[in-house]
Design a binder for this molecule. Structure first.
Ligand code: COA
Length: 381
């Protein structure tokens, strides 16, 4: 019998593991070596020397910018920070208890109504749409958080970069240079990760030639799940539930015995340390030290040790980002929207790449249902 799995060129893999579903120059993950590159540049070099804005340019243009190109991009992003007042008014109508990632998804979808160029998919116009989306994600996340707390949104400050402006809009005071820098590097680390679930979603939607707003709205939906971007919030919930270093070992052992997954561990591609976790572990330590409260870092280290011993699993990007954000005073349920504040750069990069050489993404399913089933009319069933 010919199945699609053994038909010429056909393949079938649960969860599409190991299947290359697109060609891309944006980023590559080497799971065996624990390497991540953006357009050829090692993530460690970018984390050490670059800025989020420079990385955005890199993801969209396949090369690092010259200084005037970088200034121009920074200026256009800052000029686009403000979101249409209608969308802020809309957020004010949402239930206070709505999950911030769902608020972001709905608000981003609504942004499309106020962009007359939304349906224009030419590269020059799409880059402008990508700038607007990248500039406005942080504004939406911060505004939605303030609105649910009964506060007025803070106007964006065009003198600040994306990282500092986000923290400013969230808290109403300018962040320290230290926090702004760490947050900037966090944005670099989360910017792109090859064909993860949300990026694949964005490309599938863009592949129908739907506009960028539709594509990233769908991507936010994919990101929101606990097996993807939702893991970081759950990591912090686990830390709080465990509560103390002494409780780590019994808690983790019990959870593993009950076959529960520990959030922030394991990865679909990495078989060794996730290179992003290397930086985030350091930040978690630094943030704890700066605040004079290393409890969450110490507990995280202990969890890491127990899970390595018991299961041989490494922490992923979400594990140490949780305690890093917690020490920055960021509410737990904003961790996933913050992931989106960074990942919008990669999503839009992939959408631009998809538009530039589009082919509708339409895989086949391996049919496992019956065949030639005789139809029985309803009165005989
Ligand atoms: N805690 C406990 N066990 C885990 C685990 C975790 N976080 N992640 C994987 N495992 C175990 C699985 O139970 C399975 O064990 P088994 O072979 O005894 O059944 C084995 O490791 C392989 O796991 P599997 O879920 O098949 O790997 P995957 O490649 O399909 O899944 C993830 C990858 C990320 C979905 C998975 O590791 C996970 O659910 N992690 C927690 C959520 C998370 O942190 N997501 C963020 C990813 S960046």
């Amino acid at each position: 019998m010919t199945t699609k799995a053994n038909a010429p060129g056909g393949t079938s893999a649960a969860g599409l593991r190991g299947v290359a579903a697109a060609t891309s120059s944006i980023s590559d993950v080497n799971g065996e070596e624990g390497e991540l590159i953006y357009q050829g540049y090692n993530i460690h070099d970018l984390a050490e020397h670059s800025t989020f804005e420079e990385v955005i340019f890199l993801l969209w243009n396949k090369r690092l910018p010259g200084s005037s190109e970088l200034s121009e991009l920074e200026r256009s992003i800052r000029d686009a920070y403000e979101v249409p007042s209608e969308v802020i008014a809309l957020i004010k109508q949402f239930p206070r208890e709505a999950d911030p990632i769902d608020v972001l998804r709905t608000a981003v979808s609504a942004l499309e109504f106020y962009d007359n160029d939304a349906r224009n998919l030419r590269r020059e116009v799409s880059v402008k749409t990508a700038i607007k989306l990248t500039a406005q994600f942080p504004t939406l996340v911060a505004a939605a958080d303030r609105i649910r707390r009964g506060l007025e949104p803070i106007k964006p400050d065009p003198n600040l970069n994306i990282a500092a402006n986000f923290l400013y809009q969230l808290k109403g005071e300018r962040p320290s240079e230290h926090d702004a820098h760490i947050f900037d590097v966090c944005l670099i680390l989360h910017a792109d990760h090859e064909l993860n679930a949300s990026t694949f979603t964005a490309r599938v939607v863009a592949g129908t030639l739907a506009d960028m707003y539709a594509s990233v709205t769908a991507a936010i939906g994919a990101l929101s799940g606990p097996l993807h971007g939702g893991a970081n919030t759950n990591v912090m919930k686990t830390l709080l539930e465990i509560g103390s270093s002494e409780n780590v070992e019994p808690y983790i052992k019990k959870a593993l015995a009950e076959k529960r997954k520990i959030m922030g561990f394991g990865h679909a591609v990495y078989r060794t340390e996730d290179p992003r976790a290397t930086h985030l572990r350091k930040f978690s330590k630094e943030m704890g030290k700066a605040a004079g409260d290393s409890k969450w870092y110490e507990m995280s280290r202990k969890i890491e040790e127990v899970i390595m011993r018991e299961k041989g699993l490494f922490p992923n990007v979400d594990f140490f980002s949780a305690s890093t954000y917690y020490m920055m005073g960021i509410p737990l349920d904003l961790y996933t929207p913050i992931f989106a504040v960074s990942r919008i750069s990669g999503w839009t990069g992939h959408i631009l790449e998809q538009y530039a050489d589009n082919k509708l993404i339409r895989p086949r399913a391996e049919y496992v249902g019956g065949r030639d089933v005789p139809y029985v009319t309803i009165d005989k069933r």
